[in-house]
Design a protein. Structure first.
Length: 284
């Protein structure tokens, strides 16, 4: 039977308009912003843009106070890393601080997913378990849906560019798969997932501009919600993303925010998105 976290009492009606989805990335037991393509399991290394002095639950409480739902908490250390337990505990603190408000990803499997849902995650985010050995493993996908239910599953289709298109990358964005990100893939997987999360990994953490072609490709999708992350540096990027995405692609902003050492005021970004987008939440 699918896992149904009984503690969750907040639900919101998904909007077709662009929403601001906040993030909490955790690496080596600390909230960080990193350059996505620099992440390496060997030695638990990454190029860092920002290392927080506050714990993850501080950011979760801030998002809760500002009623920003659907953000993601990402564990950037694999199980087996000497830092994994610290990283997981930080994630759990964030989830407990904002029950039903955040999604959790990073090393999620059918065996451990319930821990994150029980701690307060609205969804779990999965890549590597489904896209193992460079291909989609339908059996693993079915097992994830059985374990948590489609309504609690987000598929991370974060990708990097190759000569003929964008390809899904796994294992904390370190390995290319043979799976090309296109409409056929979204159609195929939408029957299993409530949402898609897509980082433009080549620009992730650089605050140097968005992946325009990738966003244009996502704009034609009218199925389940899609959140794009990667490269947003200013309000002109947000406006361009809104236009290229047809107002339907949600957005995550990380390194550019003043919360994480950048120059973009967090609350102004939230207000801009609230003004530009419809966020019609329903509480039950």
């Amino acid at each position: 039977m699918p896992h149904l976290p009984g503690a969750h009492k907040i639900r919101f009606r998904k909007s077709e308009a662009m929403e601001f989805r906040p993030c909490i990335d955790i690496h080596n037991g600390r909230v960080k912003q990193i350059v996505g393509a620099s992440l390496r399991d060997e030695g638990d290394r990454a190029s860092e843009n920002f290392v927080a002095s506050r714990d993850a639950d501080y950011y979760a409480r801030l998002y809760r106070e500002d009623r920003l739902y659907g953000g993601h908490v990402i564990l950037l250390n694999p199980e087996g890393s000497p830092f994994y337990e610290e990283t997981r505990e930080q994630a759990m603190k964030a989830l407990r601080a904002f029950p039903g408000g955040l999604q959790a990803g990073g090393g999620i499997t059918p065996e451990n997913a319930s821990r994150f849902l029980d701690a307060g995650a609205s969804h779990v985010i999965v890549t590597s378990y489904v896209f193992s050995d460079g291909k989609i493993h339908n059996g693993n996908l079915e097992r994830m849906v059985q374990a948590v239910g489609k309504e609690h599953l987000v598929l991370d289709l974060s990708c990097r560019r190759r000569e003929n298109g964008y390809y899904v990358v796994t294992d904390r964005w370190q390995r290319f798969t043979d799976v090309q990100l296109d409409r056929a893939l979204l159609e195929r997987l939408s029957g299993y997932a409530d949402e898609f999360l897509i980082h433009g990994v080549d620009v992730e953490g650089k605050a140097a501009g968005i992946e325009e072609e990738l966003i244009t490709r996502l704009a034609g999708w009218e199925g389940c919600p899609v959140t794009y992350a990667g490269g947003v540096r200013d309000f002109s990027d947000l406006e361009q993303l809104r236009e290229l995405g047809g107002g339907r692609v949600h957005v995550t902003v990380g390194s550019a925010l003043d919360l994480f050492g950048g120059s973009l005021p967090y609350r102004e970004v939230a207000a801009w998105c609230a003004a530009a987008c419809s966020m019609n939440r329903q509480y039950i």
